[in-house]
Design a protein around this ligand. Structure first.
Ligand SMILES: [Zn+2]
Length: 155
């Protein structure tokens, strides 16, 4: 199944897969199990090496089918997560991307922190956007035991 313009998935769906993906996965795993059982049944009924090798080949093919089913399942989930992540990042406000750029700060640079928090931030950091913050120098924040935010850069 192709997924043109993936937003066909409702935003509230908690899983990266849809029901047809599940059925295809079950179908391939079922086919694999049936193939393994048939191969086991066939190989157990003969003592001739040539015939056994044929049945073993069928068993190997069944394992490959199961592996393809698992691989398809995982790749579909991975692709759906990547698309959802890209969609979420596109919806973030532009100033967030500015805040991500690492900037070296001097000890006297003003940084902000939410009272009681363990990290200090640049004033335009997305992690403190819209929150009540206290402004102080990096040195003062570090004396208070706060470390630099991992998002907006180290101090
Ligand atoms: Zn920050």
């Amino acid at each position: 199944m192709t997924r043109p313009g993936v937003p066909a998935q409702p935003a509230r769906q908690p899983y990266p897969w849809v029901v047809p993906d599940l059925f295809r996965w079950f179908f391939l795993l079922g086919l694999s199990i049936v193939g393994l059982v048939v191969a086991w049944w066939g190989v157990s009924g003969t003592a001739r090496t040539g015939t056994q090798i044929t049945w073993i080949n069928i068993g190997v093919a069944a394992v490959v089918v199961g592996g393809l089913g698992n691989m398809t399942w995982l790749l579909q989930g991975r692709r759906a997560v990547a698309l959802r992540r890209r969609e979420l990042l596109a919806r973030l406000p532009a100033r967030t991307t500015v805040a991500v750029a690492p900037v070296a700060s001097s000890p006297r640079e003003k940084r902000v922190a939410v009272p009681g928090a363990s990290r200090h931030h640049r004033p335009d950091c997305a992690a403190v956007a819209g929150k009540r913050v206290e402004e102080a120098s990096v040195a003062k924040h570090e004396r208070a035991g706060r470390r630099p935010c991992g998002l907006c850069g180290g101090g």
